[in-house]
Design a protein around this ligand. Structure first.
Ligand code: COA
Length: 385
């Protein structure tokens, strides 16, 4: 194997494209068919019939829950919604005016790291304890993100309501009032759509860290770092900035031509695996359109739709999950820099499912690199260099 590796650059799969790096039953992406499944269930069924909480159970347990099991999970999630008071103080502390330059993703990562200090089970990697840790993380992500949003705007932090589901609770805590039912439903489905996506960059990162038998918090913090980049979870904010810059449906054509001539990427388009319609975009396109109609402002949907047509014509690139989620969230009044933390509120379910899988049948993940540097370099003493 070493010989083959030394032999030629063609042995290197740049960006690990096409390399099968783990066996998993959590989810599968079929890029040719445009199909996404979670534990065998089609995303279209889940997006139209299920709830985020049910999908969390599915990802962790490999099957849909019976009613009593779902009730039990919801009870356990609700019991963990609240944050230790020290964490609330930490959020207030890091969100004071002087620290406002940070991204909410940075604050989320920092707070999750601090949260590990309060979890006595964090080093217990048994399945039973790991499920409890995963439950606490999944329950607390929305509370943390909403608290960051309130604190950085100098507003009171709103306590979660145990009777609300994750999507409704998040909007309630963020806005300080009960959300519109349609908005809460759309967010619930958006959370379903982003829950897992096989070995995407952040999930792979989580598995690499879990593969060292580090605790679940460490794996999740590393995944948050991977998700924050503009080529992964940061794309939804980036596309909304583009939509705002374009601002008028008649300017889309010129904007795209100019951007492409400068080799600039239009975020929200293209995908490393899908060669046809991203099935998540199908639902978010529908929501973006309906949201625009309901709120009496279809501009952002129309600009995205025109971008879609031009990107297809010019580059044969299709919208991914981010393209239409941006305008959907914007119409819900969610600040731009919370789009990626919302992605994390969803993807924590997939990350933890993969971490559970990694712990259950662990092997240290340790690939090789093709060395392209010099060899046999003589050591020159410092005074002679
Ligand atoms: N806008 C403009 N051009 C794009 C593009 C985009 N969104 N996505 C890909 N391209 C172009 C590249 O510039 C490149 O062109 P070239 O061959 O002339 O250099 C070609 O298409 C291949 O791009 P590459 O980045 O190598 O393909 P990939 O399969 O590795 O890319 C992504 C997948 C997702 C990283 C890429 O499409 C991208 O950066 N998209 C925007 C970011 C985004 O939306 N990410 C969220 C993914 S869910």
């Amino acid at each position: 194997m070493d010989k083959a590796k030394q032999g030629s650059a063609s042995a290197v799969a740049t960006g690990l494209r096409g390399v099968i790096a783990a066996s998993s039953s959590v989810g599968d992406v079929n890029g040719e068919k445009g199909e996404l499944i979670y534990q065998g269930l089609n995303i279209h069924d889940l997006a139209t019939k299920s709830t985020f909480e049910e999908v969390v159970f599915l990802l962790w347990n490999g099957r849909l829950p019976k009613r009593a099991e779902l009730d039990e999970l919801k009870k356990n999630l609700a019991a963990s919604y609240e944050l230790p008071w020290q964490i609330v103080e930490l959020i207030k502390g890091i969100c004071v005016r002087v620290a406002r330059h940070f991204e909410p993703m940075d604050a989320l990562r920092t707070v999750v790291s601090a949260l590990a200090m309060f979890d006595e089970e964090s080093r217990d990697l048994s399945r039973a304890a790991s499920i409890r840790v995963a439950t606490r993380l999944t329950a607390r992500f929305p509370t943390i993100v909403a608290a960051i949003e309130r604190a950085r705007n100098g507003l009171d932090i709103i306590a979660p309501k145990p009777e609300l589901n994750i999507a409704t609770n998040f909007l309630y805590m963020m806005k300080g009032e009960m959300p519109d039912e349609f908005d809460a439903h759309v967010l619930d489905v958006a959370l379903i759509l982003q829950a897992d996506h096989e070995l995407n960059a952040s999930t792979f990162t989580a598995r690499v860290v879990a593969g060292t038998l580090a605790d679940m918090y460490s794996a999740v913090i590393a995944a948050l770092g991977a998700l924050s980049g503009p080529l992964h979870g940061g794309a939804n904010t980036a596309i909304m900035k583009i939509l705002l810059e374009i601002d008028d449906v008649d300017r889309v054509e010129d904007y795209v031509k100019d951007a492409l001539s400068k080799k600039k990427k239009i975020m929200g388009f293209g995908h490393a695996v899908y060669k046809t319609e991203d099935p998540r975009a199908t639902h978010l396109r529908r929501f973006s359109k309906e949201m625009g109609e309901r709120k009496g402002n279809s501009k952002w949907y129309e600009i995205t739709a025109k971008l879609e047509a031009i990107m297809k014509r010019e580059k044969n690139l299709l919208p991914n999950v981010d393209a239409y989620s941006a305008s959907t969230y914007y119409m819900m009044g969610i600040p731009l820099d919370l789009y990626t933390p919302i992605f994390a509120i969803s993807r924590i379910s997939g990350w933890t499912a993969h971490i559970l899988e990694q712990y259950a049948d662990n092997k240290l993940i340790r690939p090789r690199a093709e060395y392209v540097g010099p060899r046999d370099v003589p050591y020159v003493p410092i005074d002679e260099r």
